[in-house]
Design a protein around this ligand. Sequence first.
Ligand code: AMP
Length: 191
Amino acid sequence: MRLAILGGPGAGKSTQAEQLCRYLDIAWISTGDMLRGAIATQTELGAQVKAYVEKGDLVPDEIMIELIRQRLLQPDVLKGWLLDGYPRTAFQAEELDFLLDALGQKLDRVIWLEVAEAELMQRSIERSRLDDQPDAVQRRIELLQARTIPILEYYEYRQRVLKIDGNQAPEQVQQELRKMLGDISTDIKNL
Ligand code: AMP
């Protein structure tokens, strides 16, 4: 199965993604973790992206597209994957389609983890990570509205979106996700 999960800062994307990947035995590909890892280990990529991540800005599309291209060529992705936090812009979504076409693959579903804005802010501030300072969180919420939510329409048009209420307890969200994916797994095999 090939999936993407989108949601605001603190929506619970990574918690849900990690559990779902273990359950489905697919590769978990978190662009946020890849970028934070590159910053922490001071790689060339880390130096390029640090200022964007710290401010809550989006890393330029060209960098992200190349990062994903290289990641989807690794052998562990053959069993399926879940993109956690990618694509986040219309350009990334289009480029992902081109890349998958070239690889003879398809994105089966996009999970939209919906959480109210005030709740996103509250949860992020409690988490207090490098990119969870209030200004950065505010910026990430703005970018979610301006750049990421519009791409849901692109996927809705293709009937690929699974919308889930992320205001519920994490266990409940996970249960609902597994059920929804179970219900559509026959569909997906026929895609
Ligand atoms: P996340 O952990 O997914 O919320 O991502 C943390 C930060 O990494 C974001 O606020 C962005 O600065 C950067 N980032 C992660 N994924 C992307 C993406 N697909 N496009 C641009 N920037 C990204």
